[in-house]
Ligand binder design. Structure first.
Ligand SMILES: *Cc1c(COP(=O)(O)O)cnc(C)c1O
Length: 391
């Protein structure tokens, strides 16, 4: 099926570069062999450069981002502990659900979808919590369902202003390795991502950054955990080992992915994602459509969520794009179902690839009777991507 040659424009899983496919296509090898640590230890330390942490440590579990959420909660908290979290999309909602299933006392701040973490409201609640009942503040850095970025550093600042001891846990599943993320500078205690988004790999790893303070919290936390036990993992890592069978193919892929990212340079990776996103947003303006994200400071550089006119059904866009053109876009989730569609543009993405997605979305909307002119969005993105010739 030639249509599988098309890039996918969903915000995860993402497109996999050939070099990473090749890196993952290796035979099993003996993870108890004496040279396992020679590959594993440098990988863990290079990952710290992607998370921008020097004091934290990186733990790798055979799981997905969801497993990372579970590990973060179960390793650091006790039953009925209070956590503070805002709901502004399907992913923050799913993390809330996970916390509730773990029997935590979840203090939810409901926000309009299209907005991000309510910094001032968090600040008020943290200041009011003089007894320190709130044990953790949970933030979805990039709400993939609405394409909204939240100000994690801003959350840390209000926590500090309130002199609050809570842990700061961040879902960075669709931002890390694509958008600026600074674990140490932002005072993040646990940062969570997966292999299949910014790292451009097959699905199957939860990649978790853990601060010394979060590690300390594991000593008193009593929620049950086994597979995701941070200490089992950290203790094995300390001697260059792994507590059970590691997915060596994914580790090899991750080695290659981290090298790709660091060779490009993290700032260049962020700049590339920003430029691509600016092009996509320029097309949305040219189409006369609105973003779900309410203000420019909230714009995500890894995914764009585009509202369709009220009389239209956005699900038809994703369906028609797939059937007619063999191209996948993201649909609306939860309360946004049918109201928006999403163009994912993270990971192995270039200006030229993005142009093909924009052109396809345009054909799809014209097919569906949208009042859009073929080429309008493409031209707007070209203005952003064009390099000029000044030889
Ligand atoms: C994809 C995603 C998740 C879920 O990760 P899985 O790897 O599918 O478990 C969680 N949060 C955000 C923000 C995501 O984009």
């Amino acid at each position: 099926m030639m249509q599988h040659q098309n890039p996918i424009f969903i915000p995860g899983p993402t497109n996999t570069p050939d070099v990473l496919k090749a890196a993952m296509n290796i035979s099993n090898f003996d993870h108890r062999a004496p040279d396992f640590a020679d590959h594993y230890m440098p990988l863990l330390s290079d990952l710290k450069k992607v998370f921008k942490t020097e004091t934290g440590q990186i733990l790798l579990f055979s799981a997905t981002g969801t497993g990372g959420w579970e590990g973060a909660i179960s390793n650091t908290l006790c039953p009925s502990d209070k956590v503070l979290i805002a709901r502004y999309g399907m992913f923050s909602q799913r993390w809330i659900d996970l916390c509730q299933r773990f029997g935590l006392d979840v203090e939810v701040v409901d926000c309009e979808w299209g907005t991000g973490a309510p910094i001032e409201e968090f600040g008020r609640r943290l200041c009011a919590d003089t007894q320190g009942h709130i044990k953790a503040v949970l933030v979805t850095h990039n709400e993939t369902a609405t394409a909204v970025k939240s100000d994690v550093h801003g959350v840390r600042k209000v926590m500090d202003t309130a002199n609050h001891e809570a842990l700061l846990m961040v879902d960075a599943v669709s931002s890390l390795a694509s958008m600026e993320f600074r674990m140490d500078d932002w005072g993040v205690d646990i940062a969570i991502t997966g292999a299949q988004k910014g790292f451009m790999l097959n699905t199957g790893l939860a990649i978790v950054g853990v601060s010394p303070k979060a590690m300390q919290a594991t000593k008193t936390a009593t929620l049950p955990r086994c597979f995701f036990d941070f200490n089992d993992m950290a203790n094995a890592n300390a001697i260059g080992s792994y507590p059970y069978t590691p997915p060596v193919q994914l580790f090899n892929g991750l080695r290659a992915s981290v090298s790709l990212l660091l060779n490009e340079g993290m700032n260049n990776v962020y700049a590339r994602h920003h430029r691509i996103a600016e092009g996509v947003r320029a097309s949305v303006v040219a189409w006369g459509l609105d973003l779900c994200a309410q203000t420019p400071d909230l714009y995500s550089d890894t995914v764009t969520a585009i509202m369709v006119p009220q009389e239209k059904d956005a699900n038809l866009i994703t369906q028609h794009a797939y059937k007619a053109y063999g191209v996948s876009f993201g649909g609306g989730l939860g309360q946004m179902a049918g109201k928006l569609f999403r163009i994912g543009h993270l990971g192995a993405m270039t200006d030229v690839m993005a142009l093909s997605g924009i052109a396809t979305a345009e054909m799809v909307m014209v097919d569906l009777g949208y009042n859009i002119k073929l080429g309008s969005g493409v031209a707007a993105a070209q203005q952003v991507y064009q390099k000029g010739y000044d030889d």
